[in-house]
Design a protein around this ligand. Sequence first.
Ligand SMILES: [Zn+2]
Ligand SMILES: [Zn+2]
Length: 420
Amino acid sequence: MQAGDGRCPECGVGLRTTDPRFVKWCDRCDWGLDPSKQPTKDTRVARYRRRAEERLVRSLFEEVRDRQELKPGRDLASVGATVVAAAIHLLTLAVFVTGVWMLVAWWRNPFAWFPALALIGVAIAMRPRFGKLDGDVRRLERDDAPRLYALVDRISAELGGPRLEVVVSADFNATAGRYGIRQRPILEIGLPLWNVLGPQERAELLGHEIGHFVNHDQRHRLIVFTAVQGMGQLHYLLNGRVHWDEDLAFFSAVARTVLRGLSAIPYALGTALMLVTLRAGQYAEYLADQLGSRIGSSQATVRGLEIALLGTASLRTMDTAVRRQVHPDELWRIQREHLASVPPIEWERLKRVAAKRDLRVDESHPPTHLRIELAKARPQLAAAVVVGRTESELIDKELAPAYAQIAKDLREQSLRDLYY
Ligand SMILES: [Zn+2]
Ligand SMILES: [Zn+2]
């Protein structure tokens, strides 16, 4: 299909897309709307699962939209998930203790060593793994960025959150989490996102992330997700290839079948926990959005989420600039100019693409267009923390070394992608 004469090949209306940098599409009949979309062929199980997920996402959205007041709280299912997850961790501990006890009690008997060590091994594989901070982030000391820390502290105080440590990364994203055994609260700010946000949207973003600490949703998520991981490990172990002697081929086939059958138990349990906790996770995101709005205003939430829709395109622009060998300082200006130059028709396209994408239950976040819709539908909130343009610029100034460092990281990333 061609649209060489500037008309839509589907409905014949004149196309409003004139900028060659952006996708050519028809805003009347959606011709050419999403060139990146591949036709998908799903199995029946996958289709069924997707429809179940869509229903889950949709019903949660409608429930949250129509509720009088949004407050943190758990439904029965997610309390149940936490209890089951805690039981799994206790069981892991019991397996470990039994293994050690067997070793100690029967250390004279070498035949007891194998089962004892096997139990210890299984428990170690199933142990909860605390998230480690991504190796690609860069620490930001309080002395290096006093204004940013002052803003973070101010928003955290407003919401009743903890004292945070800030790290920066090359992601078009921001996250908040607790890391390591000590579970230190850390806020990660991706500079490619931070760079294109206006002052109020920055406040909103910090409000959203700090909101996760205030609502304590991560603690619940940590207990359940580590249990889901444990179940995954157990499933893997039971399914794994144990090497047996040739003479024992028959027994090995029987043992393998039995183990594989058993492995369905941790698989089913892990999947069930996952689904229950996905709903809780998406609810937590809506709540965090609301706290973000309280800090930065509902308008800032909408604008920030719309900018998030531009994510990949924005990173691509930077990548192209990196390959043209522009000076690192230029990179950030180019990204901002790209954002400012996006025409209304392209914004419209991005919103329609987002709305048409499957209502996937991705790892944690509800679909962006539903978050936008919710922020518009809920009672409008004014900003509790007003960030001036000057303050925002001064923060960028003190972040200059961090921007330079991340520009270097982006360059290295780009080279890696080019050669590997
Ligand atoms: Zn058309
Ligand atoms: Zn979030």
